[in-house]
Design a binder for this molecule. Structure first.
Ligand code: PLP
Length: 506
């Protein structure tokens, strides 16, 4: 993907006569996701007024605004930060602003003019006569998503700059209200990241040194790490071979007097069997904390992840289904008392200002982060639906193209009855993973391993007595391929063909 900043004089030239074929070509490139088209907002009135002047006539101003607005629908306005005011003394302030804008878009960005005459600029005729460079397939496509919501993101960030309540600003309250409604629970507590969400939840559940917490060994380190941090011991139970989530049937056997909580992880975007896990926990009178870092937006029997147990925790790490621009996370609960405790733990255990009623942490979310998440929430429902479509297309393409391949050599993800997945990852099981991955890299197809070593074998939290054969097997074969809401069919065919070729050769 290349970012093109359109020179204001070019825009006037392109829009003054209706139906200039170069406009359609530019728009087609942008719609295909090949190019990002940017308009300098600092030159907006210049473009509109110049266009009106060349159009002439009574209705020129309205027509000029209409044409510019229609064209801008396919572009993103590039904002001018306050620093551009420094160019007021320059011989040609517009040129300096365009140069600065290009710098902000990054080293690959290019200015489009009537004729390319300088470094980092290209003439319009040359641009529309070349086919867009075939972009490498990204593992996830955050830049495309950012262009869709750039306006809302910038508005939110500027609002925080204006009110200056960088911690605990009004964005936090709005976000918590929106998140709790989305998850279908009474309380959402915005926190600094998904790891702290787990720590806060465990502390609120009263987990302390010497306690045991039953959890999954097939997860990101944070899950086991936060249990250890409190001096408690993770007790790993093997995973279900279909969903790769904690197998409820294994829990009963490991419960002891010291078991203080059960912490299932909803891996890759679908929930663990929360009904069965809740039943085991209820019989013992202990809480269930769902690690929903990868499953925010998924459902189980029509109810949303993070609202299925005593406490839900999630992460808004940038690559998550709902990701911010930095670290953040949230805790969820329907229990008023647990929620009140989690709010205190988030803020140094304060019951009132400088009145510390329990040990806590600094687990607060920044107002900037909340403003980004508020903008991103606008896309979440649509993106969940798009993720589902991308996954269904992968399923179909693998079914159509795998042919006589031994099903054991390539397993596609499966979603359990009653679950929907948000496909934080689309993770396969393959035989000969290293060779498969190496071939995919040669073919320009990114892949990742989530996670190669179960927690019970991580040096920092090893548990030599732990026996989790399903997890060991899945860890040795799992391979995630590109997954994001905007992945198109052409790229998916390339990926699927590449995977099948690599698996056959491995
Ligand atoms: C399952 C799981 N739990 C916890 C976390 C921790 O979240 P964060 O990175 O926001 O601290 C992650 C993040 O990758 C995760 O995938």
């Amino acid at each position: 993907m290349t970012d093109y900043l359109l020179h204001p004089d070019l825009v006037v030239e392109l829009l003054h006569a209706p139906g200039d074929p170069r406009v359609a070509k530019l728009v087609a490139r942008a719609e295909a996701g090949a190019d990002g088209l940017w308009l300098p907002v600092a030159a907006m009135s210049y473009m509109r007024d110049s266009l009106a002047a060349v159009l002439g006539g009574e209705d020129a101003a309205r027509q000029a605004a209409g044409r510019l607005r229609d064209f801008a629908d396919h572009c993103t306005w590039l904002g001018a930060p306050a620093g551009d005011g420094d160019f007021v003394d320059a011989d040609d302030p517009l040129r300096r602003q365009l140069e600065a804008g290009l710098d902000r878009l990054g080293p690959g960005a290019c200015l489009v003019r009537l004729a390319g005459d300088a470094q980092r600029s290209v003439g319009i005729d040359e641009l529309v006569s070349t086919t867009p460079r075939e972009a490498p397939v990204p593992f996830i496509d955050l830049p495309y998503q950012q262009r869709r919501i750039r306006k809302q993101v910038e508005e939110g960030l500027f609002r925080v700059l204006a009110h200056g309540r960088y911690i605990g600003g009004p964005e936090i309250e709005s976000l918590e209200e929106r998140l709790s409604r989305f998850a279908g629970v009474r309380h959402a507590i915005a926190v600094s990241n998904g790891t702290d969400a787990l720590l806060i939840a465990l502390m609120a559940a009263g987990v302390r040194a010497g306690d045991e917490v039953v959890t999954s060994p097939f997860t990101f380190a944070a899950t086991g790490e936060m249990i250890h941090l409190l001096g408690a011991r993770p007790v790993y139970v093997d995973i279900d071979p279909v969903t790769y989530n904690l197998d409820p049937d294994g829990i009963e056997a490991v419960l002891t007097d010291r078991t203080r909580a059960i912490l299932p992880v909803s891996i890759f975007g679908q929930c663990a069997d929360m009904q069965a896990i809740n039943a085991v926990a209820a019989a013992r009178g202990i809480p269930v904390i769902e690690d929903g870092a990868q499953s925010f937006g998924a459902t189980q029997r029509e109810r949303r992840s993070c609202g299925l147990s005593s406490i839900g925790c999630t992460s808004f790490f940038p690559s998550k289904p709902l990701g911010g621009y930095g670290d953040s996370g949230a805790c969820f609960s329907d229990d008023d008392e647990l929620a009140a405790i989690m709010r205190q733990v988030r803020d140094h255990g304060q019951g009132g200002r400088y009145h510390h009623v329990r040990i806590g942490i600094n687990g607060r979310m920044s107002s900037f982060q909340a403003s980004v998440l508020l903008a991103k929430l606008e896309l979440l429902d649509e993106e969940i639906e798009l993720r589902g479509r991308v996954a269904a297309r992968y399923d179909r393409l693998f079914a159509e193209r795998a042919g006589a391949l031994d099903p054991d050599r390539l397993v596609v993800p499966r979603v359990a009855d009653g679950n929907t997945s948000v496909y934080a990852q689309y993770s396969l099981l393959v035989r000969g993973r290293d060779a498969v991955q190496a071939r995919l890299t040669e073919l320009g197809i990114p892949s990742a391993v989530h996670y190669p070593v179960p927690l019970n074998r991580q040096p920092a939290m090893a548990d030599p007595d732990c026996h989790v054969p399903v997890c060991e097997d899945v860890s040795a074969r799992v391979l995630s391929i590109p997954m994001h809401p905007y992945l198109g069919e052409v790229a998916q065919r390339r990926i699927v063909d590449g995977v099948i070729e690599a698996v056959k050769a491995a």
